[in-house]
Design a protein around this ligand. Structure first.
Ligand code: NAI
Ligand code: MG
Length: 498
């Protein structure tokens, strides 16, 4: 890779950054009470882009109070479902109107290729708001049968769960915001959102759209800050009714413990070590391109990334060769360069973590077929890496790397039960893919794999209408679809003796 060239930002993104963004609490743009800030970095160059407020417990308290007031005495709770729906739809429209600006800010902040942000992240967020805008008018209870003597009228009401704390990661900052904020608004909740400290910028720009759309003050509050301070305060807050978290399994467990104080509802979307399984009859062009993309997309920083690739013995060499060629063809560079399709990792911490795994793969005896190194001395770049001759005892096979590193293993068994045992040999259960043209194999494997999502001849796929989430240590609950609406509502049973 040549020296990193940093393209110019567009005028709108420049204007936003020139403002030194603040936090949004109760409809006002505020500094942290402590006055502290933290720097936001461009991971391609390590330059500081701007500083944002370092919120802590005091700011979280203030935001939760605002969210409580907005829930219980503001205009939000009195809006008709149709009016709530319109506001959520409008947020989708506003995002769509500013797609280029959001894509540029996201790319600069996270490092991801701007072309991907333009094509996937921002349009994905738009469609989440538009899909969820359909829910307020469809949420309803039921009438219930009563077996006791006399005349009765019994029914359920579906009510907002209340004030929700939402803690999101840095890999898809705007996407994860949309997955969290859109359904919570649709359910009628009020929100305190804490973006990841590595990537707070699109959330703050989104806060401006919340105001432009006409969402009442205090309904969406955005507190920037570190996980151990602002995040922990939100997770343990006694007046928060639910916490929704996406991030590491380790922190997920901490969230569960913090939530126990007031038994707040918890939903968790955590890590993965997802398998992609290529059967000998697969369309190999499709399978190679698909499984390469499934690990190298977003530099491997995807919770569903296909980090364990299983290829049948008879096609193993071809698959290893094909995925390695795909790895060697990526165009690496500054995320803002529209021709780049592979940017840096998000942070120094993540860069060190991934390079630690690359070192351990060598010492544990994996064969580095391609890649295997960090790139340059400035910016958090690593090579897309294919490791062959890996086995279940290696750290690189067992632990989530969250980088562009795929471990290839072969299988020579035609017994699907045995293949499924390989695939399920992990503490995670987020996602998986099966590559075959045989419908019988595809659907039987889909049943045998323990994961929240199984894709056939594709990977890393999600849709606002599909429930998404993990089994085993990949999480609790489901996001999207009608299931997420259940997770942001409480059901109340009402029995009337007539
Ligand atoms: P993390 O789990 O620490 O961070 C995710 C979010 O949780 C951030 O907003 C962070 O501020 C917050 N947080 C951190 N500690 C907290 C605490 N004690 N209480 C409340 N909130 C807290 O993830 P991190 O450290 O950025 O990455 C470490 C590893 O986690 C990655 O290498 C990857 O393996 C995994 N990860 C998985 C993600 C996923 O989508 N499943 C997303 C991000 C990271
Ligand atoms: Mg962390």
């Amino acid at each position: 890779m040549n020296a990193i060239h940093k393209p110019e930002l567009g005028a709108a993104a420049k204007l936003f950054l020139a403002k030194a963004p603040k936090m949004l609490i109760d409809g006002k743009w505020v500094d942290a009470i402590s006055g502290e800030t933290f720097p936001v970095e461009d991971p391609s160059t390590e330059e500081v882009i701007t500083h944002v407020p370092a919120g802590n417990k005091l700011d979280v308290d203030r935001a939760v109070e605002a969210a409580r007031r907005a829930l219980e005495s503001g205009p939000w709770g009195r809006l008709s479902p149709g009016d709530r729906s319109k506001l959520i739809w409008r947020l989708g429209d506003l995002l769509e109107k500013h797609v280029d600006e959001f894509a540029e800010i996201e790319s600069l902040d996270n490092g991801k290729p701007v072309a991907n942000a333009r094509r996937d992240d921002v349009p994905g967020a738009v469609s989440m708001f538009h899909y969820m805008a359909g829910w307020p008018q469809r949420l309803s209870g039921e009438t219930l049968p009563v077996s006791s003597p006399g005349d009765w009228h019994a029914y359920t009401l579906r009510e907002p769960v209340g004030v929700v704390g939402q803690i999101i990661p840095w890999n898809f900052p705007l996407g994860m915001l949309a997955w969290k904020v859109a359904p919570a608004l649709a359910a009628g909740c009020t929100i305190v959102l804490k973006p990841a400290e590595q990537t707070p910028l699109t959330a703050l720009r989104f806060g401006e759209l919340v105001q432009e759309a006409g969402i009442p003050d205090g309904v969406v509050n955005i507190v920037t800050g570190y996980g151990e301070t602002a995040g922990a305060a939100l997770a343990e807050h006694p007046d928060v009714n639910k916490v929704a978290f996406t991030g590491s399994t380790e922190v997920g467990k901490r969230i569960v413990r913090a939530a126990a104080g007031n038994l707040k509802r918890v939903s968790l979307e955590l890590g993965g070590k997802s398998p992609a399984i290529v059967f000998p009859d697969a369309n190999l062009d499709l399978a190679i391109a698909g499984t390469a993309n499934a690990i190298f997309y977003n530099q491997g920083q995807t919770c569903t990334a296909a980090s364990r690739l299983f290829a049948h013995r008879s096609i193993y060499d071809q698959v290893v060769e094909g995925v390695s060629v795909a790895a060697s063809k990526v165009k690496i560079g500054h995320g803002l360069d529209p021709t780049v399709n592979f940017g840096p990792l998000v942070s120094r911490e993540q860069h060190q973590r991934v390079s630690g795994f690359l070192d351990s793969s060598r010492s544990e005896g994996a064969e580095v077929v391609t890649g295997g190194n960090v790139i340059g001395t400035r910016g958090y770049f690593v090579e897309p890496t294919v490791l062959a001759q890996t086995n279940r005892d290696m750290r690189v096979v067992r632990e989530e790397i969250f980088g562009p590193v795929v471990c290839v293993q072969s299988f020579d068994d035609d017994d699907l039960e045995a293949v499924a045992r390989f695939a399920n040999d992990t503490e995670y259960g987020l996602s998986a893919s099966v590559w075959t043209q045989d419908l019988r194999v595809a659907h039987l494997m889909a049943r045998k794999i323990k994961a929240g999502t199984v894709c056939i001849n594709t990977h890393n796929y999600a849709d606002p209408a599909w429930p998404f989430g993990g089994s085993k240590q990949s999480g609790w609950g489901r996001e999207m679809g009608k299931e997420v609406m259940e997770s942001y509502t409480e059901l109340k049973s009402i029995a009337a003796r007539l």
